[in-house]
Design a protein around this ligand. Sequence first.
Ligand code: SF4
Length: 156
Amino acid sequence: MWSIESVVRLGWSLFKTVLRSAFSRRRELPRFMAQYRPDGMLTREPADHDAVIGAGRCIGCGACDVRAIELGRADALGPRGPMCFVQGISRQAGVDAPVSPQCSSELLDALSQACPVGVPFVALTELVRRRHAELSEARKMPAFRESILPPNLTSG
Ligand code: SF4
C-alpha cells in the first residue's frame, strides 16, 4: 500500500529529474569514457557504423585474398588474409586485427575494387588503427585492467 508521503517523494524526484534533464547542459559521455577508458573502452565515431555495416556485407567469396596474393601482400592485413580481417571486424571489435606496415593505400584501393559487395577496406583499416592506438594509450594507464581485455585480444 502506497502512503501519501511516498507518492509525494516519488513525484518530487520525478519532477527534479525532468527539470534537470530539460535544463542541464552537462554531457555525460566524456565522463563515462574517461571512467571506463582504463577498462579498454573504445570511442565511437559517427562513421564507424557505416564501416562496420560495410564489413558485414562480406559474402566470403575470397576475391580480396586472391588479389592480395597476386600483389604479394597476402599478410598485409594479418596472417589469415584480408577476408579474415574483414570478417573479424564484423564480428568483434577489430582490436585483434593486425595491420602491417605493408598495408598501403594502393593495396586497400585494389582490395576495395576486387570486392564485389563494396566492403570499405580503407575505412575499416582506419577504424582498426584508431582502436589499436586507443588501446595502446589505455594500456599505459595505471588503472588499466588486463583482466577485462586479455592480451591476446589487444596485441597486434
Ligand atoms: S572480396 Fe569482399 S566479399 Fe569477398 S571475401 Fe573479400 S571482403 Fe568478403
